[in-house]
Write a protein that binds this ligand. Structure first.
Ligand code: ADP
Ligand code: ADP
Ligand code: MG
Length: 475
């Protein structure tokens, strides 16, 4: 029987979810708001619902409003995407009370993993290595300093409820810790509604490597290998690749990492798509960071190397359906995939740069995937995440995936909006990046933004656009 799925999100992920619904022959219901009446995701949805309100708080974060919309419109399940209410247990509980399926994990798993202090304690209990630091939240500066002396500086202050790279602050000595403590507490309270902080060792030269999990309601928990996400600015990923070039062909390490992630997921009876994040030192020792109990931005690269549709499976899992996966060994990977997050930001300062798209053309190499929400007329405002698309390429070897990515970036024309496309281009040419042996300090150490040549990019851009224009005019 067909089901009605409400997509409680916007942007590229809303289109992605609508495509999965179409494949399952479920009716996708998209939301439109006053501020985005022409949002691109609506093109992919079977039905549209008006979501009243001007701010995110009144629309995509409005639990009562969204649940009422779902009830009034006979919705069977709600997919929250990422961000917004995707990791909100109140939303999941309110839907459950209304007899509507939350397309995500059970609320207990979200609660346990939503707090970085609780999840770390839980990981430790399951003999999973965690970054040395406080057990639970620290209440005072003195307590934080005492732990910092024990584990030795530098340390990282981290909001237990944080996310999206926010609520983190490294401290290199006692005074810096004292100066930062209240600042981060205040930031955490205003951004996440919870001022609690934990303190942990600030690992030098780490890699961010994470494992994709998919579980059903029958107790099956599978992993879909790892992703390398160490190219970051402000603790936020901008390029991801799968598999991790740092793990390379060390299959024993890969197995250990992936099985550790499965063990953690099993300990909270996980039953959906999720990601277990780790940091790995130069010595290949890894430590649990956090678990994201939702679909992640960078899920496409895993789909590309394993051939599995994670969103389709996530919907099936939520309704208690069979995933059709006979065993872990049945899941295999081939080749290499890479993703560049296309953000409306200044490529040099890497700060958000709102604006309006006045032109959009693509001229991609074979096999390019571009999950995006761009159209001529799109206005990127400070209210929304500046990410407007995800460019994904793959090849049987890493070098081929990188070559295709370079060509794809050269064939992506966004006019009127400042984007980080020029930054991606220079990163792709960077020797350290090409070697595959890079840490989360990559941007800081290599300063790729210093090599951006906007004039050259513009020249190539307009030459290609002129060719496209000429073709359209029949020359
Ligand atoms: P991912 O973890 O999927 O790789 P991000 O960390 O960039 O990607 O998060 C995806 C989106 O979710 C971003 O828009 C980010 O701002 C938002 N987000 C993640 N965690 C939280 C949180 N705890 N509170 C608010 N927004 C969050
Ligand atoms: P978020 O919820 O914001 O994603 P994470 O705990 O996943 O928070 O950390 C985000 C990023 O910050 C990581 O990908 C990593 O680059 C960096 N980071 C987090 N913890 C540490 C640490 N203990 N040492 C060094 N870097 C860290
Ligand atoms: Mg994280």
């Amino acid at each position: 029987m067909t089901k009605r799925i409400l997509i409680a999100n916007r942007g590229e992920i809303a289109s992605r979810i609508a495509k999965a619904c179409r494949e399952l022959e479920y009716t996708s219901v998209g939301l439109w708001t006053e501020s985005e009446p022409h949002a691109k995701h609506l093109e992919f949805c079977d039905e549209w619902l008006f979501c009243p309100g001007e701010t995110n708080k009144e629309t995509y974060l409005n639990i009562d409003g969204l649940v009422k919309l779902a009830v009034d419109n006979k919705i069977d399940g709600v997919h929250p995407g990422y961000g917004f209410l995707s990791e909100n247990t109140d939303f999941a509980a309110a839907l459950e009370k209304a007899g509507i399926i939350f397309i995500g994990p059970n609320s207990n798993a979200v609660r346990l993993m939503g707090d970085k202090a609780i999840s770390k304690t839980l990981a430790e209990k399951n003999n999973i290595p965690v970054v040395p630091g406080s057990t639970g939240a620290v209440a005072t500066v003195e307590e934080a300093q005492k732990i910092a002396e024990e584990i030795e500086y530098p340390v990282l202050l981290k909001a237990v409820a944080g996310g999206g790279g926010r609520g983190l602050r490294p401290c290199f000595d006692k005074d810096e810790l004292a100066a930062n403590f209240e600042v981060v507490q205040r930031e955490a309270l205003s951004a996440f509604g919870n001022p609690d902080l934990l303190v942990e060792k600030f690992i030098q030269n780490p890699r961010h490597i994470e494992v994709q999990i998919l579980a059903d309601k029958k107790g099956n928990v599978f992993h879909f290998f790892e992703r390398e996400c160490s190219v970051q600015r402000r603790h936020q990923k901008i390029i991801e690749e799968a598999p991790s070039p740092f793990i390379g062909d060390d299959e024993a390490l890969r197995k250990d990492l992936c099985e550790t992630a499965v063990r953690l997921a099993k300990s909270v009876d996980y039953d959906s798509a999720g990601t277990v994040e780790f940091i790995m030192g130069d010595d290949k020792k890894f430590y649990f960071l956090e678990m994201n109990t939702r679909i992640q931005v960078e899920h496409p690269i895993t789909e590309e190397i394993t051939g599995i549709d994670l969103i389709v499976c996530m919907i099936q899992a939520a309704f208690g359906d069979d995933l059709g996966i006979p065993s872990q060994d049945w899941i295999t990977r081939s080749g290499h995939a890479i993703e560049c997050r296309i953000c409306a930001e200044d490529p040099i300062t890497m700060l958000p740069a709102p604006g309006k798209v006045t032109g959009f053309e693509t001229n991609f190499p074979q096999g390019t995937r571009f999950d995006n929400c761009i159209y001529k007329g799109l206005e990127v405002t400070p209210d929304f995440d500046p990410m407007v698309g995800k460019l994904v390429t793959k090849g049987l070897k890493r070098g081929v995936a990188l070559r295709k990515m370079k060509a794809a970036l050269n064939g992506l024309f966004v006019e009127g909006l400042k984007t980080n496309i020029p930054l991606h281009k220079v990163i792709l040419e960077n020797e350290k990046f090409k070697s595959g042996n890079y840490s989360t300090n990559f941007i800081k150490e290599e300063n790729p933004q210093g090599e951006i040549n906007i004039e050259f990019d513009h020249l190539r851009f307009y030459k290609m656009l002129a060719t496209i224009e000429a073709r359209r005019m029949g020359f």
